[in-house]
Design a binder for this molecule. Structure first.
Ligand code: GLN
Length: 494
């Protein structure tokens, strides 16, 4: 096994084999020596102080499973006293005055925040190429015969690269249209987008509030369950947070899959799907049959409406959310201006990148009077149809299975001039966000060129524990998730 899991580190901390301070220093050193540009900032003193506190707690007999385990945080989460940029120039000098609930929950469990990972600006992107802080290199780049740098996916590209390169044993991500699952697929990781409302959005910089959801990015489903246990929970500070009893997401790990009904949506296996990925998904289906599952074709007839619906709703909500970045309340302000409107205009012109500007313009247009009904209201109706498709499909099956992405990781620069080809990355992931459902991407093998492919699993609302076991059983039967990129397999062990 060439990966280091949270479960393993937790056992090593328990047995005294390693201390949290040693472990944290180990990862800090790895980050210092890496060249993936996976992190925007590392607050070493804060991380080591948290690690020391965890070691002290353990010495005094306190223990929770992830006490003292370092985890990288996507730079979309506010952490008090820490630079929080959301990948944008406009927030380059912003220090958060409070901590996001998800991170606070993790800290309560003793998790050490290792540093802030790179990301597409305001989480808008699928390649990490819209970050003001530069591209992230996919650690799998050097594993192919081609020497071109590959993108890690996005928007949680820094988190994915950090875990794949073993600069952190796990990371947080956020997923509005696929930003946990698509980079997980591109970097051979397990990524979970929980049900909408599971994780608080308080302190997580908003992109599209009706879609945004935080989740774990790990090597294994077992680790994803452990990390999600520390992240999720009701929060009165987020009005869309779910007020449901706390759940142990590890509880079903180990259950048999005998009799599990898998649905294969015919719309997810059509034109545009890479042939190698299609074959790997077919192999995964056979593996599930061996585990006792049965398979049937289903239909999600409105799938083709998902992208058009998303690319109205998400920019509309973004244009409203991003109006708060005005040079007055947060982050940068332009240096020279004549009056207030000039100050707003120049600050936003200088502070936002092109993709963010494109989304703000699309969103403001879709919401403008006279067009609201034609675009935003219409997109909401499509959203309902897509959600109804899932409700109908789950009458016939327990889980929906397909590819996470239509293609594997692509070369940096190859899609930046063509927004539509970039948007198509999320064709299978976006419907899930529109419906608010939980879904996972798990490693499913490698294309002929040696690139990882993701298997996408979707379950009904609030069935994360079941979803995680479906992923876990596959990982018990296969070893794709244990593969590390060539550059890492020689020196990645903690
Ligand atoms: N790639 C999609 C977009 O650019 C999804 C991003 C996300 O999930 N944050 O909108």
């Amino acid at each position: 096994m060439t990966i280091t899991t949270l479960a393993q580190l937790s056992a090593d901390l328990d047995s005294g084999k390693i201390s949290s301070v040693e472990l944290t220093q180990h990862y800090i050193d790895r980050v210092d020596n890496s060249n993936h540009n996976a992190f925007i900032s590392i607050n070493k003193e804060q991380a080591l102080a948290q690690a020391k506190a965890a070691d002290d707690k353990r010495a005094s007999g306190e223990a929770s499973s992830l006490l003292g385990v370092p985890v990288a945080q996507k730079d979309i989460f506010c952490i008090k006293g820490t630079q929080t940029t959301c990948g944008s120039k406009i927030l380059e000098n912003f220090t958060a005055p409070y901590t996001a609930t998800v991170v606070e929950n993790m800290h309560q469990h003793g998790v050490v925040s290792l540093g802030k990972t790179n990301m597409d600006e305001f989480a808008m992107g699928s390649s990490n190429e819209t970050s003001y802080f530069g591209n992230v290199i996919n650690p799998w780049s050097s594993s192919t015969s081609d020497t071109t740098a590959l993108v890690p996916g996005g928007s949680s590209g820094g988190s994915a690269a950090a875990v794949a390169a073993q600069l952190a044993p796990a990371a947080t991500g956020t997923d509005t249209g696929g930003s946990i699952r698509q980079p997980a697929a591109f970097c051979n990781l397990t990524g979970i987008k929980p049900s909408y409302g599971r994780c608080s959005r308080y302190g997580m910089i908003a992109f599209a509030s009706s879609l945004d959801q935080a989740g774990p990015m790990t090597h294994t489903a077992e680790d994803a369950a452990l990390l999600l246990n520390t992240m999720a929970g009701f929060d009165a500070k987020d009005s869309t947070s779910l007020d449901v009893p706390a759940e142990d997401f590890s509880a079903q790990l180990g259950d048999s899959l005998e009799g599990l009904k898998i649905g294969l949506p015919k719309e997810y296996f059509g034109d545009g799907l890479d042939a190698d990925i299609a074959e790997l998904v077919e192999n995964a289906i056979k593996e599930y049959e061996k585990l006792g599952a049965t398979v049937k074709e289903i239909s999600l007839p409105n799938s083709e409406l998902a992208l058009p619906s998303y690319y109205v709703i998400a920019p509309a909500e973004a244009s409203s959310n991003l109006s708060r970045f005005d040079g007055v309340r947060y982050g940068m302000r332009t240096e020279q201006y004549s009056d207030l409107v000039d100050m707003y205009t120049k600050t936003r012109t200088e502070g936002f990148g092109d993709e963010v500007k494109r989304r703000i313009m699309i969103g403001a247009y879709a919401l403008s009077s006279g067009y609201y009904d034609a675009y935003y209201a219409q997109a909401q109706k499509l959203r309902r149809l897509i959600s109804n498709d899932f409700t109908a499909a789950f009458k016939e099956c327990d889980v929906i299975l397909g590819p996470t992405t239509p293609s594997p990781a692509f070369a940096a620069g190859s899609r930046t001039d063509d927004p539509v080809s970039m948007y198509l990355n999320d064709i299978y992931t976006i419907p899930v966000n529109l419906a608010g459902l939980p879904a996972a991407s798990i490693p499913a093998g490698f294309t002929k060129a040696g690139l990882p492919a993701g298997l996408h699993l979707i379950t009904p609302y609030l069935q994360e524990a079941k979803l995680l076991n479906i992923a876990h059983q596959y990982q018990q039967a296969t070893d794709w998730h244990t593969q590390a990129p060539q550059s890492v397999s020689n020196g990645g062990q903690a």
